[in-house]
Design a protein around this ligand. Sequence first.
Ligand SMILES: Cc1cc2nc3c(=O)[nH]c(=O)nc-3n(C[C@H](O)[C@H](O)[C@H](O)COP(=O)(O)OP(=O)(O)OC[C@H]3O[C@@H](n4cnc5c(N)ncnc54)[C@H](O)[C@@H]3O)c2cc1C
Length: 405
Amino acid sequence: MDAALDVAIVGAGTAGSAVALFLARAGHRVTVYERVAAPGPVGAGISLQPTGQAVLARLGLLAPILERAARIDRLHVMRHRGKTLVDLRYADVEPRWFGLGLHRGTLFVTLFEAVRREPGVTLHLGAEITSVTRDAEAITVHGPAGPRGRHQLVVVADGSVSELHATAGVPVATGTFRFGALWFVADDPGAAWKDELYQVVHGARRMYGVLPTGRGPADDRALVSLYWSLALDDHARWLADGLDAWKAEVRSFDPRIEPVLAQITDPAQVLLARYRDVRMKRWHGDRIVFLGDAAHATSPQLGNGANLALVDAWTLAETLAAGPDLARALPAYTRARKHHLGHYQRMSRLLTPLFQSRSRLLGGLRDAFMPIADRLGPFHRIMVKTMAGHERGLAFRKPLALPPP
Ligand SMILES: Cc1cc2nc3c(=O)[nH]c(=O)nc-3n(C[C@H](O)[C@H](O)[C@H](O)COP(=O)(O)OP(=O)(O)OC[C@H]3O[C@@H](n4cnc5c(N)ncnc54)[C@H](O)[C@@H]3O)c2cc1C
């Protein structure tokens, strides 16, 4: 059997671009279908954890990211006008670990430009894939105008609103979280926020966050990202109330935010992110496999979505390296990802209502118990490892498999 496979990858985001690079470099024939005709750097700041960094290092892409990102040493969460809720420092578990705050566009451009340069990848832009069909010889990807290509394997990496859930033949449950986040990326000429992802919570209804975002994808200005939790139902009221009312409330969470607020003069500058929940018991079907948000989107509470997508990409390449028999390799991929992804999906679902809901009780319980847990060695360790992307589930102590340094 020819060890090289003909692989279609749907979506050139974090998961799709990373897996395209791994598979092309392993000798597979790779075709990437990306819906957007001229993809560019969009989005706000994201955290790149030690796990995602290890995968990018394996691709030879960590150095350009390090040049533009801001180093993050801890997650510091405060109660509104109160005490620290949790203080999670990477070095408490592993001195070599740190996070990176960077513009999502920086990660996108770095991966996408590498895909463009990769000789083994055929890239189709403006190529939306809406369904798949199968016959004995091939799995075919279809766009709105008909069939686009016949392949041996389809890797679905088209994000949380995947168009391929319907025809893939893999059971899936999806939903939308009731809370999302407003976000704004600002210039940070004074570098007021350094070394930490800083958050302030007020019950479970209000959450404010600031992430140093390094230098943007387009130029060398220092950036910082502001997040503000908001129930989707309240967005219309937020718009009606006007910017001044909101700014006054944000100021009460962190008076240092004034230079950032001064840059917001129109509500249209502040974008609303919605979070989707995607649950699958297995991430593979007949000659098809789901990666990244298409496979396991959840709320970004743990700051790990892009990191999980990168680990997915490396793990799939490793599983296929063991042999091209898809009937063995794809179930092996699901088994390899089960515990790691299961932990992040469970923890996101558990924590999201504690930080983003209308419940007074849950906010109160969180404020009472999280500081205690944070001071208890084993719980603190689990929290730091979860933040760093390394936790595989409380009963599962085997370290996460990652590319060697
Ligand atoms: C507010 C917010 C904050 C976040 N913060 C963090 C963080 O701090 N750390 C972190 O790790 N993650 C974070 N995330 C999550 C992270 O952005 C995602 O988990 C990650 O980008 C998923 O990558 P992906 O490749 O699966 O999907 P995407 O990056 O969404 O890529 C999907 C690609 O598929 C293309 N596509 C879509 N449909 C089709 C189609 N039908 N045919 C062809 N192409 C298609 C799209 O154009 C896109 O290029 C955050 C998310 C949000 C919303």
